[in-house]
Design a protein around this ligand. Sequence first.
Ligand code: G3I
Length: 346
Amino acid sequence: MRFRIFGSIVICVLVGFGAFGVSRWAFKPTLRSLADARGLDFGVSVGGSGLRTDPYGSTTAREFNLVATENALKFEPTHPNPDEYTFDEADTIVEFAEAHGMSVEAHALVWQNQNPDWLMNGDWTRETLMDVLHDHIATVVGRYRGRIKYWVVVNEAMTDEGVLADNFWMQNIGPDYIEWAFRWAHEADPDAVLLYNDFNAEGLNPKSGGVYNLMKDLLAKGVPVHGVGFQTHVYYVWSPPPAEIAANMQRLNDLGLQVQITEMDVRIDQPVPEGALEMQADIFREVLGVCLEAENCTAFSLWGLTDAHSWIPYFYEGWGSALVLDGDYRPKPAYDALIETLEKHK
Ligand code: G3I
C-alpha cells in the first residue's frame, strides 16, 4: 500500500514536470508572438514561390506578422508589356498573408530599377509618361485595395547630397512625379499607409536631411504621404549611431510621420571573422531598440528570410551572412538578440 502511494506521488511529480516542460516548449516565444504582444509589425521580404514550400512558408508564418513583397510588385514583374499586367506572384504573397493573419508591405511603385525595357526605352512626353504612371498605380494599387497595409510608393529618389536624383522619372516628368505618385496611390486605396523609402538615410547626414525636406514640402502641399522607410542595409563593422537614428525618427515624428525599418540586413565579409556574428547581433539589437523606443516606429523588417535568401552575396562579392537565420534556418546570435530586445520592451 505504502509502495503504491509512493509510486503514485512519483508518477504525479513526473507528469507535472513533463507537462511543465511541454508547456514551456509550446510557449517558447517567437519574433511574431513578441511583436504581436507589443503591437509592432515585424516583417520579412519574401518571394511567392518560396511560400508554397516548407520550411520557408512555415518559418515565415511562425516568426513574422508582416510580409514585404521583395520583387513581386515592382514595375517590371507587374507590368512587363504596355498592355499587360501580371499578378501571379503578388497574389500568392497576399493570399499567404491573409491565410496566416499577416499584413502586407507592398514594394515599390516608382523606382529607377527593375523597370521594363518598353518603359525605359520609350519615347515619352511628360503627359504620356504621366498617363502611364497613373494607369500603373491605379491598376496595381487598385487590384489590392483594402488588402495591403503599407505601400512603398517612391523608392530611392534622393542623392547622397540630399537633392532629388536625376533619374528616369525626374528627366521625363520632373520633380512632381513624386507628389503625383502619392496622390494616385491614395486615390486607388485611401486606407493604405503610403511610404517614401530610401537607404543611407537612417542617421543624420545630407541625404536624410534631403528626405526630411522632401517630406516637409510634400506635407505643406497636402500630399498624402504617411511615413518614411529606413532601409538599413548596414555592415557589421559600421552602422549609423543609434542616437542619430533616434533623432532622425523624432524629427519625422514632429512632422506627424511614421517611420519604419524596412529592409534591415547586416552584411559580413566571408568567411565570417571571429566575433563577427556577435557584432552583427549587437547592431540588430541596437536598431530594433531604437525603433521600439521611438513613438512613431510602426514596423521593423528584415530583407530576406535566411542567409540563403539574401540579395547580399549576389550584389556584394565576398559578403554574406547578413540575416538572423543561417542558410539552414538555424537561429544566429542576431535572432536571439532580437528576441531579447522584444522581451525587454514588452
Ligand atoms: O526573375 C528573374 C529570373 O527570371 C532570371 O532568370 C534571373 C537571372 O538573373 O533574374 C531574376 O530576377 C532577379 C530578381 O532579383 C529576382 O530574383 C534580378 O536579376 C535581380 O537583379 C533582382 O535583384 C533584386 C534587387 O532588388 C534588384 O535591384 C533583389 O532580389 C532584391 O532583394 C533587391 O531589393 C532592393 C529593394 O528593392 C530596394 N532597396 C535595396 C534592395 C537591395 O538591393
